[in-house]
Design a protein around this ligand. Structure first.
Ligand SMILES: [Zn+2]
Length: 343
């Protein structure tokens, strides 16, 4: 292990309030629990995850195996449902972290505010969702309804080999919001491409690597590329287990083994990224949210990777989801959180 890595955990912002990172327990770092409308659903009805009852049942498959925290990675305007996530958290007893931010460019029409607002203005919108509450209407305007649920992560995304002046501005806005709040940042890479540029861009704008998660990179199952990324200090997120159309689970196992071998076991995160009805038994599909803990973990153990399991499911997400800024930020967040508590 690299002794220079930051070992501290801190405060994590969930849709029901701020918690000490030690309370997260077993965490899946990238999921989709509710998608109520938007570009995905318009593309394919399989993306419609609008039934809170059904999802509460699905979450039970995760909690039944000891899971405790889920990160919903849908950014505003694409069917994210802050009130629904809060209700799901309260009903199931799980902690849920929700996202502000933006998805890849091709999901937005040129009329979208992302193309027209200045970096400062976009940063202000992200900050308001982190500090005050997420807009139930996902900044689709013209009216807003700030909910009590606040965002705990900024989602960022790039398209396949596509980087332009808008990408620069959106990353700048993300860095500004991070520097003001300490919020962690988690990315979508298209087919695992441009993770290095995402990391370099944010780091050059002053974001510490320990606040950056590069996502979907198992879609480019190249251990050398991942080692280069890990050397920058960012988290590597593998989120294709069980989705065999992107490759067999042996890819993820081999990538985890390679990262661990090179001393990067404490920078790996896992998720399933199930964004379709067809991944959930209650919607008539499978394998459901129990997959990581029920099927993938035993496999990791059988393949000699037992010692990395507590790191990738507990210790690493606790650090990755913690707000940066040290003990003083933690103290302020917890004090402000007490004041926000109803009753
Ligand atoms: Zn996703």
């Amino acid at each position: 292990m690299n002794g220079e890595k930051e070992a501290r955990t801190g405060t994590v912002r969930t849709v029901t309030g701020d918690v000490d990172a030690s309370q997260l327990g077993i965490t899946s770092a990238h999921e989709h629990l509710l998608i109520t409308a938007g570009a995905f659903v318009k593309l394919d009805k399989d993306f419609l995850l609008d039934d809170r009852e059904v999802m509460a049942r699905e979450i039970a498959a995760f909690t039944g195996m000891g899971g405790h925290t889920l990160v919903d990675m849908m950014p505003p305007g694409l069917g994210r449902d802050p009130e629904g996530l809060r209700e799901l958290s309260e009903r199931t007893g799980t902690l849920i972290v929700a996202a502000t931010g933006f998805h890849k460019e091709s999901y937005y029409d040129m009329a979208h505010w992302l193309y027209h607002y200045a970096a400062e203005q976009i940063a202000g919108l992200f900050r308001a969702e982190i500090e005050e509450g997420m807009d139930q209407w996902g900044y689709r305007g013209p009216l807003m309804r700030r909910t009590a649920a606040r965002a705990g992560v900024i989602k960022i995304a790039t398209d396949y080999y596509r980087w332009n002046k808008h990408t620069d501005r959106w990353f700048e806005a993300t860095a500004m919001a991070h520097l003001a709040t300490g919020v962690p940042i988690a990315s979508h890479t298209e087919n695992g491409v441009l993770g290095d540029r995402q990391a370099e861009s944010l780091i050059s704008l002053g974001v510490p690597p320990s606040s950056i998660v590069i996502g979907h990179i198992d879609k480019n199952a190249d251990p050398y590329v991942h080692r280069e990324l890990a050397a920058m200090g960012v988290f590597l997120q593998y989120d294709s287990p069980s989705r065999l159309k992107y490759g067999p689970d042996s890819d993820a196992v081999a990538l985890i083994a390679a990262a661990a071998h090179h001393g990067y076991a404490d920078q790996i995160l896992l998720g399933l990224d199930f964004a379709r009805r067809s991944y959930f038994p209650s919607y008539g599909g499978g394998p459901g949210l129990g997959y990581l803990l029920k099927t993938f973990v035993p496999r990791l153990k059988a393949e000699g990777l037992e010692e990395v399991v507590p790191l990738i499911f507990v210790d690493n997400p606790a650090r990755a989801l913690s707000f940066a800024g040290g003990a003083e930020r933690d103290r302020q967040m917890m004090a402000a959180s007490q004041e926000r508590m109803p009753q």
